[in-house]
Design a protein around this ligand. Structure first.
Ligand code: 13P
Length: 251
């Protein structure tokens, strides 16, 4: 069966001291063997965090570049991340798509390279508010998955986690209702069934992200097709993130 996952996306937040303290506190928490806890840290902290806490906490990267090396000023390749023992990576976050103009084609290349190098990828998809208002949300998600993810083989899909993050819910305090989230997760699972197989559909974890917090996490996580969360703001404080981890245990 698929894994339950609670993941924190720290984005471009936290000083080194804050990041170190937070990872230290999270690493000390009692583990629930059925739940994977992951934090996606700024690249600059990865090496130190993995060395200090890598045995107790999964530390992932928020992005990587598809070429192994070369004249790509400011980029960090998946190959370089692997050298740091990074094994989990976000791809296609809406902030990468919208602010840094990452296209479906670039994301496809990133997906291929990261999977080739053995990463577990957390592929993010999500629609904008005007797309939902125009009733285009299902087709937008299908297109994002078709264009950048569904070229993988069934065997490669073992390395994939999908995160549904409606853009209008990110950082806005406006969570998708449990019905909206569950409906989209069920739709994504039906696409996996159609494109791949029943096995892929039932074994791929699909996370919800977008203003997920302690007060709504349990409702969201108790839905049959929601396997956990990708948490932004509420992952930056140990108490908030721990409460979401707890919610997953009882959901
Ligand atoms: P918030 O939880 O702050 O809405 O962010 C969600 C997100 O973008 C996680 O990747």
């Amino acid at each position: 069966m698929r894994e339950k996952i609670t993941a924190g996306n720290w984005k471009m937040n936290l000083s080194w001291e804050e990041a170190n303290n937070l990872a230290n506190q999270l690493a000390k928490q009692p583990k629930n063997v059925e739940e994977l806890i992951v934090v996606f840290s700024p690249n600059i902290y990865l090496k130190s965090l993995i060395e200090a806490y890598g045995d107790h906490l999964i530390i992932g990267a928020q992005n990587g570049y598809s070429e192994d090396s070369g004249a790509f000023t400011g980029e960090v390749s998946f190959k370089q991340l692997r050298e740091l023992e990074v094994k989990h990576v976000l791809i296609g976050h809406s902030e990468r798509r919208d602010l840094f103009h990452e296209t479906d084609l670039l994301l496809k290349k990133k997906v291929s390279k990261a999977v080739e190098l053995g990463f577990t990828i957390y592929f993010c998809c999500g629609e904008h508010l005007e797309e939902r208002d125009a009733d285009l949300h299902f087709s937008v998600i299908e297109k994002q998955l078709n264009n950048s993810l569904f070229h993988l083989s069934e065997a490669q899909f073992k390395q994939v986690v999908i995160a549904y993050e409606p853009v209008w819910a990110i950082g806005t305090g406006k969570t998708a209702s449990t019905e909206q989230a569950e409906e989209m997760h069920a739709f994504i699972r039906s696409l996996l069934q159609k494109k791949y197989s029943e096995k892929v559909a039932v074994s791929t974890s699909i996370l919800y992200g977008g203003s997920c917090k302690a007060s709504n996490a349990q409702d969201l996580f108790s839905q049959p097709n929601i396997d956990g969360g990708l948490i932004g703001g509420a992952s930056l404080q140990c108490a908030d993130f721990s409460a979401i981890i707890e919610a997953q245990k009882i959901a």
